[in-house]
Design a protein around this ligand. Structure first.
Ligand code: TNX
Length: 556
């Protein structure tokens, strides 16, 4: 039944294409408006790429790099056009329909992209890329090679301001070259925030000059693979890696050139084992060994003392909330982090912090008494609020996972709602900005099929579920819903060891998410998306990216 519907839709799409003479009009994410006209413009090696403004020149370079890598042609960049051209201009629209709007016109003279902002112009380039052929690329003489682009008139702008992807580089480490590739994938999907999860129990991945042991000790663990139990699943190899501050700067610039903001996450007060392994005094109990509460009998010899964790889970040994030296340390870390990341938003984690150690720590109890706090949740809230004050003083905004609601929200904090939408709804009602990342819709570490070949974590979140996600919960009235700034997919990497598996987990779900975040709600249609998917799979192929075909298994 479903198969028939798909064939039918494909036939319609195919005949529309034939009728218009177009090569490819199947754009993801679906633009706000797009009219396809009869005819094609041929981009050839003599087509002139026209851009003047330095920012537009960066967008032109992105296009040229893409054309070179995928099609083997590179266009001359110039100021004046003789015959065909691709022209980029950014200028304030008289009446922009939305933030970062652009228009794209392809006709017999060439391609004209106009952005209301530099980002808008860059998004116009991404749409042009989507119109390029995915089939029958002439690999012959590069001087005769030409890429047919259908005549179109497009007017477009995003639905949400925050369109994000997260990557956990703590559970497994990914090299700089792949981080750049990941950022390119975001750019190609018109996404604009990269949430870089840099610290966790299993690794500290950012160089902090004042505390060299964070990376000398904290960036390495015993075992490539994170098992469920210590000593099981690891291979006794020293595993790890970290990014130097120079590399971080390089990544932040690379992202900025693609209109992507990098939001760093420095986890606190929980998920702190790697930092504690480096500096045991950050724990309430510096001389106690790392304890895995559920499986104490399975503690291997290698887990004695303070260790970078070899298993996944939630660990009791967290940053001590009772000593000022903890806060001094975290502020010193922030002092080195801020100059690297121009982002307005700094993520401090806040999730999954067991209160076990704070309950038996006399300094924590003394702090609670002195501050008039009645339970450990309020102590966590004190912790986050103290960090928020520090960040606000430096002109930045704190983001935390939804646990930061417990014990009282820090006054200016943004909330990332991951345990469903509840926390996000609550925060929006308290007039706090929210990024939706509910596990059941946008956790890309979940499996995409019930017959998954590889190990995954957390459940079953197929493509259609992602596509049907609506970031504005029905529980919010229209004024509270303005606090929902967008959504983000999270990719935790406990079971993701290699870049190819990252690609396998994000594709095609990220393409679905890009449409959730970009396209108007009214134009979102699963059957239309399904019909555009085979072309998207070909694009992944052109990019050399791995992807999951689980979507087809589900239908069979
Ligand atoms: C919960 S989501 C976590 C992560 C894990 C993830 C596994 C969140 C804020 N915390 O530390 O990697 O579950 O799915």
């Amino acid at each position: 039944q479903k198969m028939h519907i798909r064939v039918f839709i494909l036939l319609i799409v195919f005949s529309i294409n034939k009728f218009s003479g177009a090569q490819n009009t199947l754009v993801i994410p679906q633009p706000v408006s797009m009219a396809v006209h009869k005819g094609n413009f041929a981009i050839s090696p003599t087509t002139v790429l026209i851009a003047k403004d330095p920012e537009d020149l960066k967008a032109a370079k992105f296009l040229n790099d893409y054309l070179t890598k995928i099609y083997g042609i590179s266009l001359p960049v110039s100021n004046k056009a003789l015959k065909g051209f691709i022209k980029l201009t950014t200028r304030k629209f008289i009446k922009a329909p939305g933030k970062d709007a652009y228009s794209l016109e392809v006709n017999k003279n060439g391609v004209l992209i106009e952005g209301d902002t530099y980002a808008g112009t860059f998004y116009g380039i991404q749409s042009l890329i989507q119109l390029l052929p995915v089939n029958g690329i002439d690999k012959g003489n590069k001087n005769t090679r030409s890429l047919l682009v259908p005549f179109v008139t497009m007017n477009d702008y995003p639905r949400y301001d925050y369109r994000g992807m997260h990557l956990d580089v703590a559970r497994h480490f990914f090299p700089i070259a792949f981080i750049k590739k990941y950022i390119d994938y975001l750019a190609l999907h018109k996404m604009n925030f990269f949430h870089w999860h840099l610290t966790d129990d299993q690794g500290w991945r950012i160089e902090i000059k004042k505390y060299p042991l964070l990376t000398q000790v904290g960036a390495y663990r015993n075992g490539t693979i994170i098992g469920r139990y210590p000593g099981i699943g690891n291979d006794n190899l020293k595993y790890g890696g970290f990014y130097t501050q120079d590399q971080v700067k390089e990544i932040v610039q690379y992202a900025a050139d693609r209109h992507i903001t990098v939001v760093p996450e420095i986890e606190m007060p929980g998920h702190a084992s790697a930092a504690i392994a480096a500096y045991p005094w950050l724990s309430c109990f510096p001389s106690e060994e790392t304890i895995i509460p559920s499986y104490p009998s399975r503690l291997s010899q290698s887990m004695k003392g303070k260790k970078v964790q070899e298993t996944w889970g939630v660990f009791d040994d967290v940053f001590c909330a009772g000593t000022d030296s903890t806060f001094k340390f975290l502020q010193d870390v922030i002092d080195e982090v801020l100059p690297l990341f121009p982002s307005q938003y700094i993520h401090v984690g806040g999730d999954e912090c067991p209160k076990t150690n704070w309950k038996r720590c006399s300094k924590c109890q003394a702090r609670m008494k002195a501050e008039g706090l009645s339970n450990e949740h309020e102590l966590q809230s004190y912790f986050i609020q103290r960090m928020e004050k520090y960040l606000n003083k430096k002109g930045r905004t704190l983001i935390g996972w939804d646990e930061i609601l417990e014990g009282g929200l820090a006054p200016n904090a943004w909330v990332m709602s991951w345990r469903g939408e509840k926390g996000g709804i609550e925060a929006a009602k308290q007039n706090h900005n929210v990024i939706m990342t509910p596990g059941e819709y946008v956790y890309f570490d979940h499996s995409q099929t019930r017959n998954e070949d590889s190990v995954t974590i957390g459940g079953f979140t197929p493509l259609e579920t992602v596509y049907k996600y609506e970031p504005i919960p029905s529980e919010l009235n229209s004024s509270d819903s303005t606090y929902v700034k967008g959504a983000q997919a999270n990719l935790w990497t406990e079971y993701i060891h290699y870049p190819s598996k990252v690609e396998y987990m994000i594709f095609p779900r990220m393409s679905a998410l890009s449409e959730v975040l970009w396209s108007p709600k009214v134009s979102r249609s699963w059957s239309s998306f399904e019909a555009r998917l085979p072309i998207q799979f070909k694009r992944y192929g052109l990019w050399g990216a791995n992807f999951s075909q689980a979507f087809y298994d589900l239908d069979a």
